[in-house]
Design a protein around this ligand. Structure first.
Ligand code: GTP
Ligand code: MG
Length: 180
């Protein structure tokens, strides 16, 4: 009988405070959502068992603090990451403008062997708000940014309505697996 190898994949979620990183993960793993905001302090992870093709995968998703004063992550935290999920809020322009910084900072800290092929996923979250009428970042603008970084996969999500959340994290898992 063939040996079943369990693969551990480390995914790191980054983005400005309040964009919904914790909410997305909570929706993904616990199928729960709360409108109450509680800032993440430091970093914490959740895990989800997945079956991708014929492989057992343990997806370890690391939540991080968007607020600078709560960031306390050393370089060793980023090392060994298999995929980085960047999140912005489609209703908050500044959270989109910050993406370059999160992207560059991740590459600097994690320092993967090949910067240009390291898998990133971008999530434009909170598309539910006001039926999309309060959004300030268009899908095109987000996709252009992704293209400028070498074809990052893009998902529009709502942690509140559980829209595209599974699809986004599955894509992160598959990208991480492919990068192993
Ligand atoms: P930090 O931990 O400070 O970095 O913030 P965060 O990115 O983890 O944000 P968090 O998940 O705590 O969400 C911030 C606020 O936005 C909370 O009040 C959430 O309820 C709300 N929120 C998150 N996702 C959504 C969404 O998809 N739609 C709506 N309407 N609200 C959301
Ligand atoms: Mg949080």
């Amino acid at each position: 009988m063939a040996m079943r190898r369990r693969t551990l994949l480390k995914v790191i979620v980054l983005g400005d405070s309040g964009v919904g990183k914790t909410s997305l993960m909570n929706q993904y793993v616990n199928k729960r959502f709360s409108l109450q905001y509680k800032a993440t302090i430091g970093a914490d992870f959740v895990t989800k068992e997945l079956q991708i093709d014929d492989r057992h995968v343990t997806l370890q998703v690391w939540d991080t603090a968007g607020q600078e004063r709560f960031q306390s992550l050393g370089v060793s935290f980023y090392r060994g990451a298999d995929c980085c999920v960047l999140v912005y809020d489609v209703n908050v322009g500044k959270s989109f403008e910050s993406l370059n910084n999160w992207y560059e900072d991740f590459l600097k800290q994690a320092n993967p062997s090949d910067h240009s092929s390291f898998p990133f996923i971008l999530l434009g979250n909170k598309v539910d708000i006001d039926g999309g009428n309060s959004r300030v970042v268009s899908e095109k603008k987000a996709k252009d940014w992704c293209a400028s970084k070498g074809n990052i996969s893009y998902f529009e999500t709502s942690a509140k309505e559980d829209y595209n959340v599974d699809a986004a994290f599955l894509c992160a898992a598959k990208s991480a697996l492919a990068n192993e």
